[in-house]
Design a protein. Structure first.
Length: 265
């Protein structure tokens, strides 16, 4: 099967959504649902690139044994991710943050559920905030003078047999498709200051992709922000209900992690 047709939850054009990550019933997220063709990216995996499409699918084993162990994630996975990002884009410096393990298993709290709604996590304001928080004002000011890129890296913890992640080819996402969003209580922290990004409104030119039956040694890497506005970025993404999934498919388990990389002049 080279594609499925499934519902993508877009936001109503012009609406600013407010998303309460750990208490979703409070959210203001006026939706428009559209059935979209979601293509199997494996059929063109060698043609995809971060600079052309905003995302890549990699075979990338990990030394992490337990992604639910925060210490192991920080001691092992952070280093692996930083080294990978440097190889991918030649960055001089990479900061790693914002890991969230997600599952759609019963009784999962809102903060750890998959996110249904086409979105781009953060824009320039929140990228600056994270850089300042992690590096301090002086170093942040220095590094932010370089070209800097926000990327998300998404990995299955177990084979994904339902509720996969769909990515929208960033070359098909235009500035007019972006609608401001505010996330309150993001990254599993109800006291975190609001995070600012975008939700996508419907555009029939959007091209969506997914990797069927992703495995734990595979990794999706996708761009969300680039300080060079001439570059492809804004890789919209969302969980979706895969119509080809078996009714008794086990819950999806995945981990995502975010990076800001600073490239040489």
């Amino acid at each position: 099967m080279n594609a499925v047709e499934a519902t993508i939850r877009y936001v109503v054009p012009g609406e600013k959504a407010i998303f309460y990550a750990t208490d979703r019933a409070r959210s203001h997220w006026p939706a428009e649902e559209h059935v979209m063709r979601i293509e199997d990216m494996r059929t063109r995996v060698h043609d995809l690139s971060l600079e052309k499409n905003g995302f890549v699918l990699l075979r990338q084993p990990t030394s992490v044994h337990d992604f639910h162990d925060p210490a192991e994630v920080r001691d092992v996975y952070y280093r692996e991710i930083a080294e990978l990002v440097k190889r991918l884009n030649g960055a001089e410096k990479v900061i790693v943050f914002g890991e969230v393990a997600r599952t759609d298993a019963p009784k999962t709290g809102d903060g750890a559920l998959p996110a249904f709604g086409a979105h781009v996590d953060y824009g320039a304001v929140t990228v600056r905030h994270f850089t300042e928080d992690m590096l301090g004002q002086t170093d942040a000011d220095r590094w932010l003078k370089h070209r800097h890129v926000l990327m998300n890296l998404w990995r299955p913890i177990r084979p994904v047999l339902r509720t996969p992640l769909a990515l929208c080819d960033a070359s098909t996402v235009k500035a007019e498709d972006l609608n401001d969003s505010e996330v309150r209580g993001g990254l599993m922290d109800p006291d975190r200051r609001p995070l600012h990004g975008f939700n996508l409104s419907y555009n029939p030119k959007h091209r969506w992709y997914y990797a069927p039956r992703m495995q734990p040694d595979e990794l999706l890497v996708f761009k969300l922000f680039d300080s060079d506005r001439s570059r492809v970025q804004w890789t919209g993404h969302t969980a979706f209900n895969d119509p080809s999934a078996a009714p008794d498919a086990p819950p999806r388990e995945s981990i995502e992690i975010r990076t800001i990389s600073f490239l040489p002049d």
